[in-house]
Every structure is written in structure tokens, then in C-alpha cells.
Design a protein around this ligand. Sequence first.
Ligand code: AMP
Ligand code: MG
Length: 325
Amino acid sequence: MKLKATAKSIKHAASIIKKGGLVAFPTETVYGLGADALNPRAVAKIFEIKKRPAFDPLIVHIAEMEWLHKLTRQVDKKALILIKKFWPGPLTLVLLKSSLVPDIVTAGLDTVAVRMPAHPVARQLIKFSQTPIAAPSANLFGCLSPTTATHVEKQLGKKIDLILDAGKCSVGVESTVLSLVGGKPVLLRPGGLPVEEIEKAIGKVVRHVYWQASKSKNKKIQSPGQLPSHYSPRTPMKLIKSLEQIPFSNDTGVLLFKKPAIKIKVGVVEILSEKGDLTEAAANLFSALHRLDDAGVKIIYAERIPAVGLGSAIMDRLQRASFKE
Ligand code: AMP
Ligand code: MG
């Protein structure tokens, strides 16, 4: 069932969470599939419904700082600086976990990923539920992330108790995941908060080009979300450097960063931002990919994007959407 997010429907959603059910809800990044993070049976349902491998840990969403201290053993100075500056918002911090966090949430790791979302509906849902909410993106594992309630409905509609609908997500790409355990801050996933902003606040962050690193046998994947193929449309996708590489055909779909200088004669063209604005492009990314995937084209050509600021998160998703063994 899909309901418009109102005080009444959010309270209803909270009662489902408290009873161990699942609710899809909007955040500023993408729609999440939420369960009571302290209820292992409820969390197990997330893995089952998403077909998510049990080795891929979940992000725990909170609305109040006191929960951060309950869920973790240590919150160091750098974490506090980042929290003060960027929470609530699209930044997930990986910290040492407390015994309160069930193993299923963290896939047995000694660390937990925590985020305080900014979306008012997410915040109200967490507050009404009186518990932290474990939530990955509300899609099938490895597939395109949902940035509207309709995207969720298409992939998971019949399998979950409720979808709260609050329109399109404003950021449109998943949160930036930063590990603060083991001395140096490490970027585990570029996302809605540019890593450059993080570095302005706490200094150097170790960056991995993980989808490449994981191709090499010597480099260990540090975060399970670093799988090289992820966030993928069903249609094969290819990254291109120049628009001249696109064959003119009705069976072709094209994903462009900005308005092209030349006319492109193909089946479907999606432009992420006419003006070439990275924030607008990120917000439109998954909707554009969903439309291209539903258009019935045989192949999608995607234009490369400058990998700075939010462009790094967009390029990361495009690289992984087009990755082939
Ligand atoms: P999703 O919830 O689907 O957006 O994915 C959550 C991301 O956070 C994935 O990339 C996970 O691998 C990562 N993550 C969650 N918990 C941890 C953790 N304890 N250590 C490292 N990465 C984590
Ligand atoms: Mg996901």
C-alpha cells in the first residue's frame, strides 16, 4: 500500500515499524526500506525482500544524537566536527558498534554505519517509532535505487507493508559513507555530500577507486557496498567519452550530462541537467535511468561527467551501472 506522507500515515507507519514490519520511506538521498534496527527478525526481512546478501551491512538511521552514543562505543573528535557541520544530511559515519546493535544489521562487523537524515518525513517516522531504523535503499539488490515512491512500488510494492509517498528525493544519490575507525578517515562510498566538503572540515580523507580496486585480487573490499557491479539498469550500459561514439539507432538510449551541441538521433535521450549543474544532475540521475530502462532500448550510452563534487558520486554510480566482468 502507498500512502501520502501525513502526520496520520507516518504514525501508522511507526506502528508497523514497532510491530516488526517494513516501511519504505523518503529520505533526502533515496527512498529507504526501513525496519526497527534493534529487532533482528524485522531486519532479517529486509535482507529477504531485497535479496540482499547477508554480508552487506545496513545503515542505521537516527533522529536524535543520544542514539548515536547508544549505538556506538566511541565518537572521536573528527566525527563530532562532521556531525556538527553536516548532520542532519547525506553523510553516513562508520564507527565502532555497541552491543546494542544486532549482528545482522552490521553483517557481523564490529562497526556500525549511522546517519541522521534531514528529510522531515524520515525524521518524524524515526521519532514516532522511538527506535533507530535500519534502512538500505528500497530496491532489489544491485538494481537501480528509487528516488520516487513509484519506483519503490514497481520493484517491491506487493512485498512490503507500506510505502510513504513524499514525492521526489531532493539529493537523488545515496549518502556519502565515511569510515572513522582505525585512525585515518576513509571514503567508502562517494555520495550526496562531496568529499571535498569533508576534507575542508577534517583534512585528508583516504579515497578508494573501489570499483577498480575490487577488480584486482590483491586489494580487499573494505565495505561490501564496494561491489563493482551495482546500481544497475537491466539494459546494458556503456560509458562514452564523446558523443560521436553513439550509433544512430532507434534501439539506443542516451544519458547526457547537459544539453548537447549536436542533435542526437536515437530512440530516447535523457538530459540530467540542461545547464550542466551537478546538483540538478544528481537529483535526476536515477529517475532518468529508470525511464531509459523502461523505454525498451537495447543499449544505453552514458556520457562521462566531471568527477568533482557531486560528480564523483554520479560517476561512481555510472561506472558500476556499466561494469561488466
Ligand atoms: P545502502 O544502505 O544500500 O545504501 O548501502 C549502505 C552502504 O553502507 C553499503 O555500501 C555498505 O557496504 C556500507 N556500510 C554499512 N555498514 C557498514 C560498515 N559497518 N562498515 C563499512 N561499510 C558499511
Ligand atoms: Mg542500495
